[in-house]
Design a protein around this ligand. Structure first.
Ligand code: ADP
Length: 335
């Protein structure tokens, strides 16, 4: 008895002459072998596993560091409402780095959108205050006045002010609708030359009064898919501005051409021009140039043009020089 649980494997064979040969093998030698093997296994494998776990932990910890930074920044933004925060980008970690760069880009856009909304709201509040005050003053005067004629005049002023407020609010709504894609566009095939001629006809008399000459250089036969009344409005806005910001005897030229697969419509004047710093802002809602304050306007015309051009997948640009004139370009795709 070896003191170890073991088994015997016995094999019995009978030779042709009748001798029986029996051989046996016990399991102890195998168990010794297994025992030695498992000891070696324990000695080598356990430290190897521990080492690989440690390396795995360190690698994962390093890889997930940008994600933890991202989570921390998101929490800080939620808690403080501080939109100027950004996540530091780890360049070595390309995919996570790209994700963080995209996240930062989204934060930048959100910040500028919210900033724009604040500014618009301030501008609207500021621009509404003046006509509302005039409206109130005229109404007060009408109430106090005993002269029916003066009363009628004051009420007419009230009507004028309220018209202006309604126009301003409607235009603001239109710009917002066009910008967010909520505006319903009734697209039809629009003949560009026909539409421009109609606008030029309407403005001919106003231009004549100021001795301003309007010339047309139109490429006939260009048709695009557009909302006819919106298209009419944006050309009218540009022509209206060209007249408004030109001196008596000025010259306005409206042209249409095809460039690549786009239609380019330009409205050129030799008026007061726009400084470089103002050119960056003229398409913002409610922005009015310093030298245009003497003219009537709400500062909404160009933001409307831009929003409508974008709603038609197009763009609007300006080239201008102070005291030389301005050219506005509307670029619209054929389809
Ligand atoms: P508004 O004309 O009511 O002020 P717009 O949005 O149409 O508003 O134009 C914004 C500003 O851009 C104007 O206040 C003016 O300073 C400038 N601007 C637009 N068109 C012209 C132009 N043709 N020539 C010179 N300045 C212009």
């Amino acid at each position: 008895d070896l003191g170890i649980d073991h088994t015997w494997t016995i094999k019995t064979v009978q030779t042709p002459n009748g001798t029986i040969i029996q051989s046996g093998k016990n399991s102890i030698s195998g168990m010794y072998f297994l025992n030695a093997l498992s000891k070696t296994f324990m000695k080598l494998t356990i430290p190897a596993m521990a080492l690989s776990l440690l390396i795995g932990f360190l690698v994962t910890h390093r890889w997930t560091k940008p994600i933890r930074t991202l989570i921390r920044t998101v929490k800080e933004i939620i808690e403080t409402g501080e939109l100027s925060k950004r996540v530091a980008v780890d360049k070595q970690n390309s995919e996570i780095g790209e994700l963080i760069e995209l996240f930062n880009k989204m934060l930048r856009r959100n910040q500028s959108l919210i900033f724009g909304m604040h500014e618009s709201l301030n501008n609207v509040a500021h621009d509404l205050r003046t006509p509302m005050t005039r409206f109130k003053n005229s109404a007060e005067y009408a109430i106090q006045s005993s002269d029916p004629e003066a009363c009628r005049e004051a009420l007419a002023d009230c009507m004028e002010e309220s018209d202006m407020i309604i126009t301003m609010l409607n235009t603001l709504m239109n710009v917002a609708e066009a910008e967010t894609g909520a505006m319903q566009l009734n697209k039809k095939r629009v003949d560009i030359s026909d539409a421009i001629r109609k606008v030029a006809d309407i403005y001919e008399f106003i231009a004549e009064e100021e001795s301003i000459e309007i010339t047309l250089k139109l490429k006939d036969g260009i048709k695009i898919e557009a909302d006819p009344s919106r298209f009419h409005q944006i050309i009218a806005n540009l022509v209206d501005n060209a007249i408004k910001y030109s001196a008596n005897g000025g010259k306005i030229s409206i042209e249409s051409t095809i460039k690549n697969s786009n239609v380019v419509i330009s409205v050129k004047d030799n008026g007061i021009g726009i400084s470089e710093s103002e050119q960056k802002r003229i398409f913002e809602r409610l922005f009015r140039g310093d030298r245009s304050r003497t003219k009537h306007g709400l500062g909404l015309g160009l933001s409307f043009v831009k929003a409508i051009a974008h709603a038609h997948n197009g763009t609007v640009n300006v080239l201008s020089e102070v005291n030389k004139g301005s050219t506005f370009f509307i670029t619209l795709p054929f389809s």
